[in-house]
Ligand binder design. Sequence first.
Ligand code: GRG
Length: 291
Amino acid sequence: MDFKEILNKKKGLINQALEKYLPERSPYPQSLTEAMRYSLFAGGKRIRPVLCMESCRLFSSDETDVLPCACAMEMIHTYSLIHDDLPCMDDDDFRRGNPTCHKKYGEALALLAGDALLTLAFHLLTKLQSKNAMRVINEVSDLVGGGGLIGGQVADLQGEKEGGDREKSLHYIHLNKTAKLIIASVRSGALIGGAGRTDVLNLTVFAENLGYAFQISDDILDVTGSKEELGKSPGKDKEQDKLTFPSLYGLERSREILCQKINAAVEILKPYGKKAAFLYALTKYVGERKS
Ligand code: GRG
């Protein structure tokens, strides 16, 4: 099987589990379920849940806890995209080639669908059986809270208007807005798998490099990609005068930094050998992705 086939198989598993945790008929108001499912099943690449599962698989083959945790990561990711697309934030009409959640369901329901996905994610995490369950919940809440994902989003919104040390701001934004959820996915998977201290630390450095790489490639694609490839309008960063790698360093230097981050990430995987073969391929894919 090649990389894409294995990725699709893993995505299939995740989609099945997401169906179980958020079925068409849920106890929520029907309109809320619909809006949540609209974004959750809109064709995302499922990178974060796959990273969570694969990080666990380095240490254990037991999937009892990692699948719900992987789904929680995708729910947090989807909530952040729904909120980011709102008119009060990035104001986007399209995501993954379809109208954004608020364009389809209105702003109030989109906001609440995001809230409910975030809440459901933590509900899933409370069901973890792992001895590291409380640690996972503690870490994930830190990594996606005010000192992580949300803090990064705030800096991103303010970065458009404020001066200051642009390089420092750019690194703060990318680390928090993008890398921290990737770090959360990798660390929680590793902790559920029973990884020891050194492995958790190594994989954190792996995830940080991958997270940066992911955002740098996103910044580059916003300059070079087409609407068809991206499923959203390119050129928005420039339009909104966003602080990005290409805006600060230019395209060529950004591509070099992307390459350095990918190389640093795969280097960390080498000692894990065959068990990390898929993570290795996934990391390379992030460096070359077109969407
Ligand atoms: C609203 C708290 C809050 C945070 C928003 C998600 C986000 C932070 C901003 C969206 C824009 C952006 C560039 C985010 C960085 C992460 C990123 C590149 C998201 C897109 O992830 P993919 O490509 O998306 O994995 P799919 O559609 O494949 O799931």
